[in-house]
Ligand binder design. Sequence first.
Ligand SMILES: Cc1cc2nc3c(=O)[nH]c(=O)nc-3n(C[C@H](O)[C@H](O)[C@H](O)COP(=O)(O)OP(=O)(O)OC[C@H]3O[C@@H](n4cnc5c(N)ncnc54)[C@H](O)[C@@H]3O)c2cc1C
Length: 412
Amino acid sequence: MGVANLLSFSIIKDMKNIIEIANPCLHCPNARCKAFCPCGNQIPDILDAVKKNDLDLAAKLLYTTNPFPMLTSLLCDHQRQCRGHCVRGIRGEAVDFPCVEYTLSQRFAFPYKPGEPNDKKVAVVGAGPSGLSAATFLLEQGFSVEVFEKESGLGGAILSGIPNFRFDKSCLKQIEDNLRALGAAFHFETVVDKAMMAKLKGDFDYVLVGVGAEKENRLNVPECSGIYSALSLLADANLKNDSNGLEKKKHVIVMGGGNVAMDISRYCARLGVKTTLIYRRDEASMPAQVHEIQEAKEDGVIFSTLTNVSSYKVNDDQKALEGLRLVRMELGEKDESGRPSFHTIEGSEFDVECDAFIMAIGEKSDVASLVGEDEISDRLLLIGDCSYGAKNIAAAIKSGREAAQKIIEANR
Ligand SMILES: Cc1cc2nc3c(=O)[nH]c(=O)nc-3n(C[C@H](O)[C@H](O)[C@H](O)COP(=O)(O)OP(=O)(O)OC[C@H]3O[C@@H](n4cnc5c(N)ncnc54)[C@H](O)[C@@H]3O)c2cc1C
């Protein structure tokens, strides 16, 4: 059973008594769980309230920083964030804050109420976690908020990137209903371009831009069929139920070691295709969540770590990918990223037949094509992944919240 399954099991089991789960919390003065929570949740205080059976206060504290605990409790990388840094975990069982967070999110509905209307209008571009978080806190303070989103629904990378088998997205509809009830207006299927951005700047007092990091890194690959980028495949699968014919492939090779690489390789494996994941460092260096790595293996994904692409074999007639020449790697000293550097082992090349190669080697923001650096001001703020590069849901929620707080402060 994968760790995610264990988590859901523990959630169901422990719904009965979250006080028992909270009890071992030591309420550390410089709590590492809180320091490593990208959302800045007041974890020790929340657990303390739970311990005292004051669940109303616990929920209030949770929703003070995080409007979407049903997302973060199930999708955060708890091992590298709160739970993995719990002092209790050094000698025994770390406090299961995600379980407490999830339980509170189920027992206490979205508590925000519309604020006394003020005359300020805010446009939010992008309905990912950063934009939705900003919208929540602004609506609560009486700002009028309109959200402009190019897709047909909200959720950002949760909707378009994370596969349906990994996360039940019905809660996104609930989030939409909650935000509409709070007063948000949504303009879906609306791509904001430079011209529209200029209009938004004229029509609204503030514009918050949370367009994510959707520009995929690419290798210098040959022009041929059979070579793909992971995000567009995942978006087609999630938004159009279009597999791009991957199920007809004989052997898919995915390159990468992050969430996106795990999601696309699991998607391919679940289509019944032989899927190999190559990664140039070792498994311990993979940025993906540990449970995702386990679940990818359980889905049948073959892991080939310390492996890189050396060259591509293309069928000259059909211009289709036929195979890859791969090369073995070895690790060296840590590089500036804090992870081990990697080096090619000379003479270790080997050939593999494959008819699909998927790059999942990171994403960056393309916000510069929409907003010039000189345009960023107190009235136009970047939030979430587009402001700092691809991170995670909790960081995006915090970023949206902090931008909203800046605007709220400026209008006190
Ligand atoms: C496949 C995948 C799996 C992931 N798994 C996890 C995970 O398990 N846990 C985790 O914590 N994080 C995960 N992440 C990362 C996480 O989803 C992101 O860090 C987070 O969603 C960023 O939020 P955001 O609001 O900044 O941007 P996004 O969520 O990317 O939202 C940006 C929104 O802006 C919209 N948009 C873009 N351009 C325009 C435009 N011109 N006009 C209008 N709308 C526009 C997009 O359609 C999108 O809805 C994953 C990411 C991916 C891609």
